[in-house]
Design a protein around this ligand. Sequence first.
Ligand code: FAD
Length: 512
Amino acid sequence: MIACLERFIHENDTESRQDDDLPNICQSLDLQGSIDCVATGLAGKDFGGTYSFKPLAIIRPAGADDVARVVKAAYRSPSMTVAARGNGHSINGQAMADGGVVIDMRSTAENQFKIVRMNGEMFVDVSGGALWEDVLIRCVSGFNLAPRSWTDYLGLTVGGTLSNAGVSGQAFRYGPQSSNVSELDVVTGKGDILTCSERENSELFFGALGGIGQFGIITRARVKLQPAPDMVRWIRVVYSEFEEFTRDAEWLVTLPEGKSFDYVEGFVFVNSDDPVNGWPSVPLDPDQGFDQTAIPPTAGSVLYCLEVALHYQNSDHPSAVDTVVKSLLGRLGFINDLKFQMDVTYVEFLSRVKQVEEHARANGTWDSPHPWLNMFISKRDIADFDRMVFKRLLKEGVGGPMLMYPLLRSKWDNRTSVMIPAEGEIFYIVALLRFTHSKGPCVEKLVSQNQEIVQLCFNKGFDFKLYLPHYHSQDDWKRHFGNQWSRFVDRKASFDPMAILAPGQKIFKRII
Ligand code: FAD
């Protein structure tokens, strides 16, 4: 191990870690987990596939104590940095550490799991390194309970999504995943293990939620639960007009609890027979055809799909489910013959992107680059965005889903570090989930189209924020955080004063 680190230091000429006495540091760690400084390949890659930074070593901790030891050692060293890596599903190298140490949190996935009842409410304690798909299965199969707020895809870690927000079709009701935890254990940038909540170490608690890894490494989260439904009626309906689509989506997300669907999302797709971007991307089942003759002749280059779901129990009478669905759909203005629905188990519904993953793995597009762009855009500007971006720039699609659906500000806690648009109760998430293949446009072109879209939003004065933000200069980060920048900097000074953590975000430089 020591020899390997020494060789690495001499061979590597990334910014200077020469003055860190790494062999000694690593020897003194005395970890229960393992260190690997040869096979670090995984830690230098992510889902985005366009960034690659070789770390000095990858550490697989056994638990929070190991994480604390590594961070403490880095704190005492002259220049070492540390990145927690969840499942590496970032797009722009956010979980990497160029010449630093990457902590693979997946090795802690099995730690912590415990159901907790507090003041009549149910919670589950899970490791920051657990995958949401495993949390789902353990909670449902063991206890008939489930977290309330999800991401669309569940091969992501608890610590990774809580460090961003964690958004899906339940967020209109319960807020993002970061609004659905009551307590965290966090290893700060000084190597202290602190429990934090709204009442205890609250600055750290709110800082770490949406804190893009800047204030500490989440080793345990206490996640709110609800009784798990047995079944889900999953429905997609199609619109040709943006105004009708947004009117209906906004109506559904502002209905009182119990009076609406349990899940509301939407996406934009191309008005053509393109297998990936067009009509065939809408039916829930390959057996369901898409009758394009139902599209009005006035329709433009893109169409809109509202995706909703209703939870129910096996014990509910089918006609009761039909009645609720019928009465809600009856108030919507979608194109009559373009409705698709199916009944699936709750676990199947939440695991729906797994099928997409299997398909993409089979055709090679899972492992090719994904220059994704995620944004939150105020309701005030979403019609202009639709006109200038979806209907013009992206009228041929992005080779994958183009999500667009409304969220409610009141469900987001402004004490967390997550940034959302400045104005109004309703804002939209827009996610351009680009998949690439050798015959399509080159990745550079797609990245530059993303930049063009972001620039257009700035030029037009749109009220928007990047979600899963990625910037190169501190000035850009200052603009991102706006009037919250000083709070962000103060929290950094309190919890990671040497700027050791999450260097891949490129916000602060390690203090030497
Ligand atoms: P990583 O990418 O490994 O890490 C992300 C950041 O968090 C890094 O800065 C890292 O240092 C830090 N970090 C990781 N673990 C910890 C920890 N324990 N404590 C503190 N910091 C930590 N997002 C949504 O909101 N909704 C979706 O529906 C959604 N779907 C997705 C589908 C796919 C296929 C992909 C690739 C991503 C999706 N995302 C979605 C984005 C996802 O939330 C982010 O990629 C997020 O970073 C989680 O991924 P991860 O666990 O792999 O974290």
